[in-house]
Design a protein around this ligand. Sequence first.
Ligand SMILES: [Zn+2]
Length: 182
Amino acid sequence: MTERLTLFEDRPYLQFCPHCGKSTLNRPIVQRLMCRSCGFKLYFNAASAVIALITDGLGRLLVTTRAREPAKGSLGLPGGFVDLGETAEQALSREIMEELKAELVSARYFCTEPNIYPYKGVTYVTVDMAFLCEVSAPERVEPADDVQAIQWLYPNQIRPEDFGLVSMRNIMRRFLAQGQVS
Ligand SMILES: [Zn+2]
């Protein structure tokens, strides 16, 4: 039921060695790039990202329409990258304020899913951490930064395949399977 990620099938993670500058990096083997010229090894790990599953107390989930690439125009969920030095909870609170002009009042861990996020020629691999969230005034939530539109959906109105990012499709499948709407 969970979709698997395909990593770096169509584009290199990095073209030039950051140590010697030559284009002699191997094909990535998921965890590591190595330069055939100088032996430099570059390890890379998933970036942290957060996803908010915001419910309204009436059994509905807040779903967004993405205003930007990747997957512009598809359904999405509020969230984004964890900035350097931030906690996941701080990132969640900041993203909810930026994208919805709403105040986060509670967040409870739900699940994580890996994701791949191509943005302007760079491919980011993330681990998306999903939290069940409540905001202070759900009726006043409005689309802002990165969000084209919002809608509140009952579980029977949600189709995971309408979401543009693989992590969100998988999180929605798990959310619906557990009946997690309160
Ligand atoms: Zn090198």
